[in-house]
Write a protein that binds this ligand. Structure first.
Ligand SMILES: Nc1nc2c(c(=O)[nH]1)N[C@H]1C(S)=C(S)[C@@H](COP(=O)(O)OP(=O)(O)OC[C@H]3O[C@@H](n4cnc5c(N)ncnc54)[C@H](O)[C@@H]3O)O[C@H]1N2
Ligand code: MOO
Length: 417
């Protein structure tokens, strides 16, 4: 006669005898195994946004290249003593792009406009608002230090300074700095190609008619968009049914085409969970079963030399595993290095008792200075992913969180930048 086991009804209880890899251990293992795989190319500035720099970048020219005035006003030789001053104006003026080529004699002043290079004899400028001018002289009050209202050549950046370190992801501000320092192109890495494959007999493509028992493939549009937002080249590998041979053939062709494969579904241990089974059968699995909620059946492995992230099928778990595991790992492969998301402590606007032995991520957002969490922790509740603006992280140990306790919050954006 068979006997029933005790009822636990907790699919996150960690059954004895299985090794549940702690999140930090799985992250450390990924970090130590991966290295950059993308080749370098040279791109003009207008195509370099979001790319990873392949080498340190050196300024070709100083910013500013010449000393110049920071204000509209009058330039002369400083310093100027305390008290009322009158200086004769010399003929002409200096404007940005139209320098004054003459010499300003000591004790005289020249009309100058913001950005104009300082001519010989000028190192100090007074604001026009502080001056009375009759057309031939200016009157104002001292004192003024030498160099007042003037910008030194190279005070921002000097030629040959390293302006960007290798591995940096190019931002719009970086394009301004590159342009200002004389760079018209940057040596960047090609985008990492990340293939996204959905698995499961139940899946049907958006736009198609869904039959009885079928559901729309929600993970693929989400993952393709997310990986694209992270700056990778997301490659749509389509979907494959619960068929071991078909999956194997699809992974073979994907491994030849992309740098990394991300699958969703079939990662746990059911009869139709072919991703984990195939990886195990081929000796391709490195970690499986992470002490994490949601996302514990994450399967990490290598398929013919290509890293594969076998994400759980539940959309919430698929997204969280992508943010926590795939994002930093893909950053390493893309040449940008391992990026830790920047979280911060926020008072809880919720209560929760958490069991020990697994890390948890809750869908969350901040309202009125407190972090609130989505009403359900169900891993298929896609509406909660959409409702949330970030994640609350609860550490591996037990926790009893009361209203107002500080909890760690990560905005979604902190995983993307
Ligand atoms: N007896 C147990 N059952 C389950 C456990 C467990 O510990 N014991 N763990 C649960 C957890 S947690 C997760 S997560 C899932 C992981 O399952 P798989 O990775 O094997 O994924 P599937 O079984 O293929 O799918 C799970 C769920 O997600 C839906 N799905 C799959 N792909 C998509 C997609 N592209 N778009 C939208 N929805 C998708 C699928 O239909 C299932 O409902 O296992 C639990 N079970
Ligand atoms: O871990 Mo499963 O990953 O919740 O849905």
């Amino acid at each position: 006669m068979i006997k029933p086991p005790p009822l636990r009804n907790d699919c996150f209880a960690l059954p004895a005898g299985t090794h549940w890899t702690p999140v930090d251990e799985a992250l450390a293992s990924l970090r130590s195994r991966l290295s950059p795989v993308t080749a370098a190319e040279v791109l003009p500035l207008d195509r370099a946004l979001g790319r990873v720099l392949a080498a340190d970048v050196t300024a070709l020219r100083s910013n500013p290249p010449l000393p110049n005035t920071a204000v509209d006003g009058y330039g002369f030789a400083g310093p100027i003593a305390e008290g009322p001053q009158i200086l004769p104006l010399i003929q002409g003026r200096a404007a940005a792009g139209i320098p004054f080529d003459g010499i300003v004699p000591a004790g005289s002043a020249l009309r100058m406009l913001t950005g104009a290079p300082l001519p010989q004899g000028v190192d100090t400028v007074i604001l026009e608002e502080d001056v009375n001018c009759d057309g031939s002289q200016i009157a104002f009050h001292g004192p003024l230090k030498r160099g007042a209202n003037a910008r030194r050549a190279g005070e921002d950046v000097s030629a040959l300074d390293v302006v960007f370190a290798k591995g940096r992801v190019v931002t719009p501000a970086d394009l301004a700095l590159a342009a200002a320092t004389g760079l018209s192109q940057l040596q960047v890495r090609q985008q990492l190609r990340v293939g996204v494959l959905s698995t499961g007999d139940e899946l049907v493509e958006v736009g198609q008619e869904a039959g009885h028992g079928q559901i729309y493939d929600a993970n693929r549009p989400m993952l393709l968009a997310l990986l694209g937002q992270m700056g990778f080249s997301a490659v749509d590998l389509g979907q494959v049914g619960d068929n071991r041979d078909a999956l194997e053939a699809r992974l073979d062709s994907a491994a030849a085409d992309v740098d990394v494969i991300v699958t969703s579904g079939g990662a746990s241990a059911g009869d139709e969970d072919h991703v984990s089974a195939l990886l195990t059968e081929k000796g391709a699995i490195q970690h499986w079963r992470i002490a994490l909620k949601p996302g514990r059946p994450l399967a990490l492995g290598m398929w013919q030399g290509t890293p594969i992230f076998g994400l759980p099928g539940n959309p919430v778990a698929a997204l969280i595993c992508t943010l926590i595991f795939a994002r930093p790992a893909l950053g390493v492969m893309a040449g940008a290095g391992w990026a830790e998301p920047q979280g911060f402590e926020v008072p809880a606007g919720f209560e929760k008792r958490k069991k020990p032995g697994r890390r948890e991520y809750l869908r969350a957002r901040i309202r009125q200075g407190r972090v609130e969490t989505f009403a359900s922790e169900g891993s298929g509740r896609i509406s909660g992913l959409s409702w949330a603006e970030g994640l609350v992280e609860l550490g591996d140990g037990a926790a009893e969180i009361a209203q107002g306790d500080l909890v760690r919050y990560y905005p979604y954006g902190s995983f993307i930048l």
